[in-house]
Design a protein. Structure first.
Length: 474
């Protein structure tokens, strides 16, 4: 058995002088130790978990926080008073013995326990379902026949573990998933969102989403995608709307997994950008939803006869917003998702030759750091557009221009956007411009002039403000 990393259980038990209950290390903690992954948490189970948690906290100057996500399986987080990152989770044992507890767990790889001795060291492994063998064989297998019936969310957890660990779901487990897919509709949206974010944060989420699609899972979570399947596109595309969207997700993930390859020295900066908060999973979700507005906007040009999707970006953003609301996303995550979907066409036009610098600056002023994930989505989108009207030369040139824009953003544009404004609303009031839409319009024009180097100091800004005042007859 591999040794535990800090915070160690021994540290917590040093000051505990009462009789120790039968205490077991369980679940993901044991799994990660056995395969050499870093342990995020220390998960323990025992009988009388609440009483033991309170007693342990009292003797370690710690606090107890009840974890109420699963009322039927109470769990208590004991957090050190001087270090909020030092904690252990103690759950009530399911059943009367550790063997009964193990039988109720989701997968065999999470159904392994280790008894904790009085000194905090570990005893022999308790593995009645042969989870260690499944770890060695890289297999996800349900712990019991009623695994998915007792909690349908385990369907997503099976796929999440397969994606995160590069494991395969064994055939009988996969067959049982297929029969229980519709039961996912009974699961709370918050729990589904949590698992989706876990899946989308792995490096193999695109493959996982394809598997979810084959199993019919995606249409239970995102019924809006049904209209995308089989919906024909114009000659720039070689696939229907849905297959194109899956390909764009593949491309998006490939770019994200190889940022240094695509963006060279700016790869680290971009990684910091998209790994903040939930931006990484949201970008991948945007990649598969970016064209979700096409079925509602599809038409035929009256003169040319080609298929059109006018305003599908706007329609798609509204649909994405509806999905985000249904999944109970935070306002911040919801805004980011809808923004990236809404803006996925703009970067295509900004990379065209002859676009004015002021036009680009106006877009970057609006997007700021959100421009980078939008550019990545644009690159993934154009790479997945391989119909007869889309040449390889066009796609290659688009990639080159996109990389140049990213380089220019970090070397020039970002610094320009972060400069202190040369003039304020108080300055405009002093020359007779009242607060309101007119003032906002003048401030915007002054800021754009500053961004484009037309004005470089306060005096020049005041001169331009007076000129604008006269031009608009304020």
């Amino acid at each position: 058995m591999k040794t535990l990393s800090l915070p160690s259980i021994k540290h917590w038990l040093n000051n505990y002088s009462d009789e120790l209950p039968s205490l077991y290390l369980v679940g993901g903690t044991v799994r990660d130790i056995l395969i050499g992954r870093p342990q995020k948490d220390i998960d323990l189970v025992c009988k009388g978990a609440k009483e033991f948690s309170n007693s342990l906290a009292k003797r370690n100057n710690a606090v107890v926080v009840p974890m109420e996500k699963k009322p039927e399986h109470p769990c208590y987080r004991v957090i050190a008073g001087n270090d909020s990152n030092n904690f252990i989770d103690i759950a009530e044992m399911r059943g009367e013995t550790i063997y009964e507890d193990i039988q109720q767990r989701d997968f065999t790889i999470n159904a392994i326990a280790v008894e904790i001795k009085r000194d905090g060291s570990t005893d022999k492994i308790i593995d009645p379902l042969n989870g260690a063998d499944d770890l060695n064989n890289k297999i996800i297998k349900m712990a019991g026949e009623g695994s998915f019936a007792s909690d349908p969310l385990r369907i997503l957890r099976a796929l999440r573990f397969a994606a995160a660990l590069s494991f395969e779901i064994e055939p009988l487990t996969l067959k049982d998933i297929e029969t229980k897919v519709e039961s996912l509709a009974e699961v709370s949206q918050e729990r589904i969102l949590t698992e989706l974010f876990y899946i989308l944060s792995t490096s193999q989420s695109a493959f996982c989403f394809r598997q979810m699609d084959r199993l019919g899972i995606l249409e239970v979570i995102f019924p809006e995608i049904s209209a995308m399947k089989g919906y024909e596109q114009n000659t720039f595309h070689h696939k229907d709307v849905w297959e194109h969207s899956l390909l764009v997700m593949d491309n998006c993930e490939h770019i994200i997994n190889n940022l240094v390859l695509f963006f060279e020295k700016w790869g680290g900066e971009i990684a910091d950008n998209i790994n903040r908060n939930n931006r990484l999973p949201l970008l991948k979700l945007a990649s598969i939803l970016h064209d979700i507005g096409k079925p509602l906007t599809g038409g035929v040009h009256p003169d040319k006869g080609n298929i059109t999707f006018y305003n599908h970006d706007i329609e798609g953003a509204m649909i994405a917003d509806t999905i985000a609301e249904r999944l109970r996303m935070s306002n911040k995550d919801r805004s980011f998702l809808t923004l990236i979907v809404a803006e996925h066409l703009h970067i295509l036009s900004l990379t065209a030759t002859g676009v004015k610098s002021s036009t680009k600056m106006r877009w970057f002023r609006k997007m700021k750091d959100d421009a980078i994930p939008s550019i990545i989505l644009g690159m993934a989108d154009i790479k997945g557009t391989q119909g007869p009207a889309s040449s390889k030369e066009y796609r290659n040139n688009y990639f080159i221009r996109s990389k140049d824009i990213v380089k220019n953003y970090y070397e020039v544009i970002k610094k320009t956007l972060e400069r202190k404004v040369l003039i304020s609303g108080k300055d405009l009031i002093a020359i007779g411009i009242a607060p309101g839409p007119a003032m906002g319009n003048i401030l915007r024009q002054l800021r754009e002039a500053q961004d484009n180097g037309i004005i470089t100091n306060h005096e020049e800004a005041m001169v331009m403000a007076r000129d604008l005042l006269l031009e608009n007859n304020f």
